[in-house]
Design a protein around this ligand. Structure first.
Ligand code: GLN
Length: 487
């Protein structure tokens, strides 16, 4: 591990804070200084507030001095994607339409992190309304990949992944509707966990596609992801999709769960379009588990080829409905050029939304319109059931599935101008969202040219403990996360 504070995992930082090796204020100052040193090149943040973060760090030190320990997040600087509400801070979703919006309240995950003593640091850049796979759709300009500044960090939680990889936060939160935590985690060489649908409350998350959205952590290690998940998971009255379930001690369980596990390799995830270097790296991961005595079984998810189409009907339909609230009246940008009330709606939305968001609203409105609803939306819901059944059938034979996270490593900024080319980035991640399952991306090597590669493990609903343990076993034996980008 690096001796630099800003590259250390939470577990290590927390132990050092408890041992009074340094204070949260000192740690936070180190992260601020690092951010100032690299942010002009990385551009992971939409905004940050130094005074506010230092005040939180000082409060955390005071709590520790008073013997009011609050667990491993006490005093740790955590960055939040700019779609998660923090009272009194900007909440822009990287959109012009919310450019001057300040959240009046905290998201449930924010309340939980504050309760755990975390120090909330900055608003992280993302694709506008979390729609994209490269963070290039941000109204604030793109984020760069810390491993190669000419390349994208992935998306939509690109700021969350890049900030972490660059040492600008000790862990971050992202949101994942079709891969937006796992894909940028893979492209930036960090761990990214998308929890089971219903495990983490979305109250206070700017909604994109409500039947798919989940909040989850990006972290340096699997153990850190377990710590973060433990802090944010749990039932919430304010999110009607939130599930009532016991929240295990994910971190403690890491040490008790041992394999061998039965791992399924879905053959549809290793075909055409997969970068050969990524394919080879994931083969090595399979070989590792095999050596550990795990049973490796080829499985089939026959409806995989319909995932992308199904997702882009359902996600756009839900987005068109969710984004109807941005009308220039209640939130954010209001056009100054309108002639009457209807024109005000038109102009405000035309001026406020970016091209990709407009494309999705138009597509989503179309698939929901009378005459097309049955042909598109209803049919997509039926195919979604088949996709979920594929996974459930596979889980009769195996404990988890192992796949690449992304078909390609980080690509060049501006390289994928065609929206369809970008949509194809999510080919291995969106099935997990359609089926409501947990998925984790763990670093599993680098390409010849030094770009990170991620492997994805997919688990059964609410079996995050197993998923984390399986990922942890691989990570412990490899330690890819002890390498850092040179900035
Ligand atoms: N890249 C996908 C999209 O553009 C997924 C985004 C996400 O998970 N938020 O919709």
């Amino acid at each position: 591990m690096s001796s630099e504070l800003f590259f250390q995992p939470i577990a290590q930082l927390a132990a050092a804070l408890d041992a009074k090796k340094f204070s949260s204020v000192e740690l936070t100052r180190a992260v601020i200084a690092r951010t100032k040193a690299v942010e002009a090149r990385v551009h992971a943040f939409n905004s940050f507030d130094e005074a506010a973060v230092l005040a939180q760090a000082a409060a955390s030190d005071a709590r520790r001095a008073a013997g009011q320990a609050r667990g491993p997040l006490n005093g740790i600087p955590i960055g939040l994607k700019d779609v998660i509400a923090v009272a009194g801070q900007p909440l822009t979703a990287s959109s012009k339409i919310l450019a001057n919006f300040v959240s009046p309240y905290d998201a449930t995950v924010t309340v939980k992190l504050k309760h755990a003593g975390a120090v909330l640091w900055g608003r992280l850049n993302c694709d506008e309304f979390a729609m994209g796979s490269s963070t290039e759709n941000s109204a604030n300009g793109p984020t760069s990949n810390p491993w190669d500044l000419a390349r994208v960090p992935g998306g939509s939680s690109g700021g969350s992944a890049a900030a972490l990889a660059a040492g600008e936060a000790s862990a971050t939160l992202g949101s994942d509707t079709g891969g937006s935590i796992r894909q940028p985690a893979a492209l930036c060489g960090v761990v990214g966990l998308k929890p089971t649908y219903g495990l983490v409350s979305r109250y206070g998350l700017v909604a994109f596609a409500s039947s798919l959205d989940q909040i989850g952590p990006l972290a340096r290690t699997v153990e850190d992801a377990a710590i973060m998940l433990g802090a944010i998971a749990g039932h919430d009255e304010r999110d009607s999709t939130s599930f009532r379930t016991e929240i295990p001690d994910y971190r403690a369980e890491l040490k008790t769960r041992r394999g061998p596990w039965r791992l399924g390799i879905p053959k549809e995830y290793f075909g055409e379009g997969l970068d050969p270097e990524i394919g080879a790296a994931v083969e090595q991961v399979i070989a590792f588990y095999q050596k550990q005595g795990c049973e490796i079984k080829e499985v089939s998810l026959p409806h995989t080829r319909y995932c992308l189409d199904t997702y882009y009907v359902i996600a756009t339909a839900e987005a068109s409905s969710n984004l109807a609230r941005f009308d220039g009246i209640r939130y954010g940008h209001r056009s100054k050029n309108a002639t009457d009330i209807v024109d005000l709606y038109f102009q405000s939305r035309a001026e406020g939304f970016g091209a990709e968001v407009k494309r999705r609203i138009i597509l989503g409105t179309y698939v929901l319109s009378s005459g097309y609803y049955d042909a598109y939306y209803l049919r997509a819901q039926k195919v979604r059931t088949l996709i979920r059944q594929d996974f459930m059938n596979a889980f009769r034979e195996v404990d988890a599935l192992l796949t690449p996270t992304s078909p390609m490593p980080a690509f060049k900024l501006g390289e994928k101008a065609d929206p369809l080319a970008l949509y194809l980035c999510d080919i291995y991640t969106i099935g997990v969202n359609l089926a409501g399952l947990p998925g984790i991306s763990v670093p599993c090597g680098f390409t010849q040219s030094g770009l990170p590669i991620g492997a994805q493990l997919i688990g059964q609903p609410f079996c995050e403990t197993d998923l984390l343990a399986i990922a942890h076993a691989y990570e412990q034996a490899h330690g890819w996360n002890t390498k850092f980008p040179f900035l």
